[in-house]
Design a protein around this ligand. Structure first.
Ligand code: BJ8
Length: 425
């Protein structure tokens, strides 16, 4: 696509062209500094670079072409929205979480200042007309997870066509029933939006495609247990971030190619960092594009990240949906069972998360755990304390970091991370 074709498309989407150009310039520079400067990247990382360079270009063109052919586009903010159902209704699903400070002043006219940057960012991107994904959506799906999100959706719903799914706060049998009913309500909303019925055949096919994507990401996650680490934490995070934007089948194929290359690299005893480099597990809040600050600080401080315990990471890919049910009702039951396993900090109690973090650290041979909490995020701030105690009991060095999308604290964070890495070496 030419620059002029890009610009014409963004104008049709009513983006603020000047502000959007400035955003892309900053993003390009940030990507160059954090990603292209890495040594020993996999050849398959060219796919990541290409997708990122065209994240507001070719992928948006594909989405616009699909819309012109009659497809509907559904935007989401949370891994509780089942992609299986969206695909089964013949729609496209894209993630709308954003990882950059943008339109903050405008966002603060809709949500309080003491709101986490993830929420302020998606509100700001919409109000400042900066996100071609949001502008492409026919339906935006929210969910009642944390208080910040559920109240933000009340205000956000005045700006987009919105459907809010109720996600329970506990995991008893009546909570699973509630979520099962919400799946049926979401299915109805999708059928009304697309005019397509969700059938046993379409849901079985969609489940197979989404599971294939999860299997590829599971495969990649397991390969990171090798020492030396075959892929940087930054690139692995980017793979997970792209999983929310790219075409699911193309993405699966590309991740499997990346895994083939990683296996060959492991067989040769090669990696992105030398054997014995301190290995860290990153746990906590999800990191949406382009929230790469902390991974960059960690990996430029002499450590390598070997896993992400996050919704843009293993929390989203750990569990597959059972593919064995043959009728639609049983398939919806299987979806409810699968999604209610997600150990988001919005649940109470949520002790399985502590078990998962300890197991991941063990399997990935992590030397320590860094917990990332986004400023003003109550659920993960509370759990950061519990995770600290659990890691102490497991004998694992632990560092809890709370930050936002700004760069003002980068120097101070780097000092803390370097000191932590020093204790591991
Ligand atoms: S399932 S983690 S994607 S809700 S950082 S907005 S929690 S105040 S993102 Fe999440 Fe779904 Fe849970 Fe995952 Fe609120 Fe915290 Fe902000 Fe957060």
């Amino acid at each position: 696509m030419t620059d002029a074709a890009h610009a014409a498309m963004w104008e049709r989407l009513d983006l603020d062209i000047e502000a959007h150009d400035a955003l892309l310039a900053v993003l390009g520079k940030f990507y160059g500094d954090i990603y292209l400067s890495q040594q020993g990247r996999l050849k398959g990382a060219e796919y990541l670079d290409f997708v990122l360079s065209e994240v507001h270009g070719l992928r948006i063109k594909e989405i616009q072409d699909a819309k012109a052919a009659g497809k509907k586009v559904v935007g989401t903010f949370c891994v509780f929205v089942p992609e299986e159902l969206t695909l089964a209704a013949g729609a496209l699903q894209v993630g709308l979480c954003a990882g950059a400070k943008a339109g903050t002043e405008k966002a603060e006219t809709l949500v309080p200042r003491g709101t986490c940057d993830l929420i302020k960012s998606f509100v700001g991107f919409k109000l400042a007309r900066l996100c071609p994904y949001t502008e492409s959506c026919d339906l935006v799906v929210g969910e009642t997870t944390c208080d910040g999100k559920k109240k933000a959706y009340e205000a956000f719903g005045a700006h987009v066509n919105m459907h809010v799914m109720e996600v329970p706060q506990c995991k008893g049998p009546c909570d699973v029933d509630l979520f099962r009913a919400e799946l049926a309500r979401y299915k109805d909303a999708l059928e009304a939006l697309t005019g397509n019925a969700v059938t046993a055949a379409s849901l079985a096919e969609a489940t197979r495609r989404v599971n294939a994507k999860r299997r590829a990401l599971q495969r990649l996650a397991k390969l990171r247990a090798a020492d030396p680490a075959p892929i940087s934490g930054r690139d692995a995070l980017l793979v997970n971030q792209i999983s929310f934007y790219d075409d699911p089948d193309r993405f699966t194929a590309k991740v499997n190619e990346l895994c083939d290359e990683m296996e060959a690299r492991i067989a040769r005893g090669e990696g992105v960092a030398s054997k014995g480099t301190p290995r860290l597990l990153l746990a906590g809040c999800p990191m949406a594009v382009p929230n790469w600050k902390l991974p960059y600080l960690i990996e430029s401080s002499g450590a390598v990240i070997v896993g992400e315990e996050s919704c843009i990471g293993e929390r989203n890919t750990r569990d597959l949906t059972d593919e064995t049910p043959a009728d639609l009702e049983a398939m919806l039951d299987a979806l409810a069972a699968r999604y209610m396993k997600i150990d988001c900090a919005c649940f109470t109690p949520n002790d399985e998360r502590l078990t998962h973090i300890a197991a991941m650290a063990r399997e990935l041979k992590a030397d320590g755990v860094v917990h990332y909490g986004l400023l003003f995020c109550q659920p993960y701030a509370h759990e950061a304390m519990k995770v600290g105690k659990a890691m102490e009991a497991a004998g694992l060095p632990y560092l809890a970091i709370e930050t936002d999308y700004g760069m003002e604290d980068a120097g101070q964070l780097k000092t803390r991370v370097e000191a932590f890495v020093e204790t591991l070496s």
